[in-house]
Design a protein around this ligand. Structure first.
Ligand code: CA
Length: 520
């Protein structure tokens, strides 16, 4: 009994010592900047062949660049629910485009209760009002690029201008008005570069003059891959509409006729080249579609890069740069013509990988590169840890703070679990789950009972499905075992496996009632 008491006193003393050390150091501010659909391979620091991003590159140069950061369900709404809860979709109740149950615990609530001044600005896309924020102003659904409406606790308001610039200004406004006796936690969530891909006037003009290099897999014929890839409807050549490609409608079209024209897939395009008009068809048309898509996508990214530059300059000018952790990421990756696709959803690398750049002067060694396997459920535990709070037992990710300090915990994960549900969704992408290690990836399309195995070392572009290769059967067996272990450990009991989304999709309004029951 005496021993137990002594131990408790010792523990209490240790805890108080730790707490006072944390107070003395001062809790850092957290500026979390997230974009929508920004692929890592459209960032200079990640070796982009298609654009330059000076502000993002500066974050990498002055901080840490994560090379193996991945979303666990590569689609907008589920990714945001995971970010807030630190949980996989099957435990936070948002496997597809469900309304987020804001009564559940979130990292914003924990930080707010611990004395952080919390803010949420920009794209929210969770169907319910934000909770856990001292201030919030969010886009309804996807929001608009130009003269967007915003939702606020006081109602809806339209702010004239370009959405990325507006979200930057609102973020600066939040920072300028913040109570200076509290650390801040700001989630600055850009809409760009989501589909619609409407750049600012400046960057529309600038990128329209550029010729963007084509990716190696633009003309992928999908040989050896499963039916799921063959059936996708997110192909640059076959699925981009006239609206996506910003084609000019014939004069006189109005209403439904105009909408039909804009939503159709063009089989030819009239363009001006070298001073004369030319009709493009076949491969020439396909190449033109890729250029139009990428010019606008990258134009949108450029405004985001400017935004990061503005926020970093402001922090420096205010003397806040030293004690502010700046994090840049995207809700998932994106196909930039890779495998002939745009959009995300699939567990293939361009869509699975998130950019992740973290600057924390004095704590992160400038120019660090970290290749540990990191997942988006790790964000919430990381924010908890930065705030000096204990990570709740039910969060499924793990704090990245030891990695920030250059440590490599011996028990860090060596594999990650992924699960995508929105089938068929708007792009006819088949539901799948899978496991990725540092060297291999095994994907199971459960509604089709088909598998894919990739050797990521020998085949980083994932062009050769090795699942049926007799020489790979030991690897298949090992990965299947690991997949089952992860599924069990993460408590995925297949509860959403047979749900038909049937929802309004990415661009529609949320229904009045949740599509699926929220988890307790
Ligand atoms: Ca997204």
């Amino acid at each position: 009994m005496v021993m137990v008491l002594r131990f408790r006193i010792l523990l209490l003393t240790l805890l108080l010592a730790t707490a006072s050390a944390a107070r003395a150091a001062g809790r850092p501010n957290i500026l979390f900047i997230m974009t929508d659909d920004h692929a890592a391979h459209a960032i200079g620091a990640y070796g982009s062949r298609v654009n330059r991003t000076p502000a993002m590159d500066r974050l990498a140069r002055e901080g840490m660049r994560f090379t193996h950061a991945f979303a666990v369900n590569s689609i907008c709404t589920p990714s945001r629910a995971t970010l807030l809860t630190g949980k996989y979709s099957h435990l936070n109740g948002v496997p597809v485009f469900n309304r987020f149950d804001g009564s559940q615990p979130t990292v914003a609530k924990y930080l707010q209760a611990a004395g952080y001044h919390t803010g949420m600005i920009g794209k929210w896309h969770l169907g319910s009002d934000p909770t856990g924020f001292d201030e919030w102003i969010v886009l309804p659904g996807q929001g608009d690029y130009y003269d967007p409406s915003f939702l606020t606790p006081a109602g809806r308001k339209v702010i004239p201008g370009y959405v990325t610039d507006i979200i930057t200004d609102l973020s600066l406004d939040f920072l300028k008005r913040r109570p200076t006796n509290q650390p801040f936690f700001l989630m600055c969530h850009h809409k760009a570069p989501h589909r619609g891909w409407e750049p600012s006037a400046k960057y529309r003009a600038e990128f329209a003059r550029r010729t963007i290099p084509e990716p190696a897999t633009l003309w992928d014929d999908y040989a050896t891959r499963t039916d799921a890839l063959h059936e996708n409807r997110q192909r640059v050549f076959d699925d981009l509409t006239r609206r996506d490609l910003k084609m000019t409608p014939p004069s006189g079209l109005e209403g439904t006729a105009l909408a039909q024209w804009l939503n159709a897939i063009p089989r030819e395009a009239e363009v001006e080249r070298d001073g004369h008009r030319e009709i493009l068809t076949g491969d020439a048309l396909n190449r033109w579609k890729y250029q139009r898509y990428m010019q606008d996508y990258l134009g949108c990214v450029q405004s985001v890069d400017d935004s990061i530059g503005v926020l970093m300059e402001w922090l420096a000018a205010q003397g806040l740069a030293e004690n502010t952790v700046v994090i840049y990421t995207s809700d998932q990756g994106f196909f930039l013509g890779d495998h002939g696709m745009y959009d995300k959803r699939f567990m293939y690398e361009p869509s699975l990988r998130m950019p992740l750049l973290v600057r924390w002067p004095g704590q992160i060694r400038p120019g660090s590169v970290e290749d540990a396997l990191v997942i988006n459920p790790d964000f919430a535990p990381t924010f908890m840890d930065l705030a000096g709070l204990k990570v709740p037992f039910d969060m499924q990710g793990r704090s990245l703070v030891p990695l920030f300090h250059g440590e490599h915990p011996a028990d860090w994960r060596t594999s990650l679990y992924y699960r995508y549900y929105h089938d068929p969704g708007h792009h006819n992408t088949r539901a799948h789950y899978g496991v990725r290690t540092q060297t291999h990836k095994l994907i199971y399309f459960w509604k089709k009972d088909q598998w894919e195995l990739f050797d990521l070392v020998k085949d980083p572009d994932e062009l050769h499905n090795l699942y049926s290769d007799p020489a790979q059967q030991e690897t298949v067996a090992t990965l299947k075992k690991e997949l089952a272990r992860l599924k069990r450990e993460l408590r995925d009991d297949d509860q959403f496996a047979n749900e038909q989304p049937g929802g309004p999709g990415v661009d529609g309004p949320f229904p009045d009632k949740p599509l699926l029951p929220s988890k307790p």
